[in-house]
Ligand binder design. Structure first.
Ligand code: HEM
Ligand SMILES: CC(C)=CCC/C(C)=C/CC/C(C)=C/COP(=O)(O)OP(=O)(O)O
Length: 315
């Protein structure tokens, strides 16, 4: 806080408090990031001491929060130009940019150190890659340059269940890669649904999001394509015998529902921004979908562990 009083700093009428630092970590988005991380950890074969399990999740949360803070720092000027983001701690002037940057670096570095020392260096390296992927590759490099930003950049958010799994097993096998692939394929329909009804915001600040650059029709078609591609990936853990029919049937039902919600979005050519109910519904559903799918994975594991259902590959 004292930095606000240095002679070079501009006066700030509303100094940052802990709530602003918390906001930097994008807590609402991070609930799902942390949830999928916990699910990766709980669904993995073998066990981890609860204290170590908690530490691994704490490290994932710190890393995700730290990279989100760096995203706030880097995008301060962009955020100032969009209605959705203009009141964030930096564009609103409640926080000094360097405080956000230092907070982001501190959380990121500490998270990797904690993961390495407490859990293992494979999980720590994976976490470091996820942080660099979000803060540098996606935020600084891809996002301002290409409409494929979130297709490639989606890899950053796909890491948490992978890291959770690797924290338990200490090795990279097919299942954590599949969990990564599920979120990777899920990200385009998740984000482009929102980008359609936020198109004018992105256009205003010159971010080349798909609906701005390729147009609505192409974005809608691509939402459908990724939703169709997501289905076999989501069902794959059951198809390869790594889970039982419990996860399998939930995955099939959720995939059909996702398709049902994507269909009205994918098949219309364009709509005014104030008539985007199907897009808003799809965006909301995408979030419930991922919560439910990963919850089913854990439920499946717990049922198998307790001998209530016949085993998958790792039972
Ligand atoms: C490059 C990939 C992604 C992009 C560009 C993206 C973009 C967004 C944006 C712009 C919002 C609106 C947030 C706001 O207004 O503050 C949002 C909401 C959300 N995203 Fe994503 N997202 C991505 C990946 C993910 C991932 C990987 C997850 C979790 C696994 C996730 C979970 C959520 C959740 C839970 C919300 C709702 C937050 C709320 O309730 O306000 N997103 N996303
Ligand atoms: C463990 C670890 C490091 C996880 C990565 C965290 C993560 C969920 C990355 C996904 C990217 C994300 C939340 C993008 C939001 O888009 P944006 O940043 O473009 O959104 P904005 O316009 O709201 O700033």
């Amino acid at each position: 806080m004292d930095t606000l009083l240095t002679p070079t700093a501009k006066p700030h009428p509303m100094p940052a408090d802990w709530r602003d630092f918390f906001t930097l970590t994008k807590p609402r988005v991070m609930t799902l990031v942390i949830f999928t991380g916990i699910c990766g950890l709980l669904a993995a074969p073998g066990s981890i001491h609860p204290v170590l399990g908690f530490t691994a999740i704490l490290a994932i949360a710190m890393g995700a929060g730290g990279s989100a803070a760096l995203n706030h720092w880097w995008e301060m000027d962009l955020d100032a130009g969009m209605k959705r983001t203009a009141n964030r701690p930096l564009p609103s002037g409640r926080m000094l940019p360097k405080d956000a940057r230092d907070f982001g670096i501190f959380l990121s570095v500490t998270s990797v150190g904690l993961m390495g020392v407490a859990i293992g260096w494979l999980a720590a390296i994976s976490l470091a890659v996820a942080i660099v992927y979000y803060a540098v590759i996606y935020t600084m490099w891809l996002k301002p340059r290409t409409p494929q930003n979130i297709v490639i950049g989606g890899g950053s958010g796909a890491f948490p269940p992978f890291i959770g799994w690797v924290a338990v097993t200490g090795e990279i096998t097919l299942m954590p890669v599949l969990l990564f692939a599920i979120i990777f394929m899920w990200t385009p329909p998740h984000f482009w649904a929102l980008a359609l009804f936020m198109k004018s915001d992105y256009a205003k600040v010159g971010i080349p999001m798909m609906p701005v650059v390729a147009g609505e029709k192409s974005t809608r078609t691509q939402i459908l394509v990724y939703t169709v591609l997501l289905a076999p990936v989501a069902i794959a853990p059951w198809a390869i015998g790594a889970t039982s029919w419990v996860y399998g049937s939930v995955a099939v039902v959720l995939s059909l529902l996702f398709l049902a919600f994507a269909m009205p979005v994918g098949t219309r050519t364009r709509a005014d921004e104030d008539a985007m109910q199907p897009e808003k519904t799809l965006f909301k559903f995408s979030i419930y979908y991922l919560f439910a799918l990963f919850a089913a994975l854990v439920a499946d594991r717990l049922l198998e562990n307790n001998g209530l259902i016949g085993g998958g590959m790792f039972a």
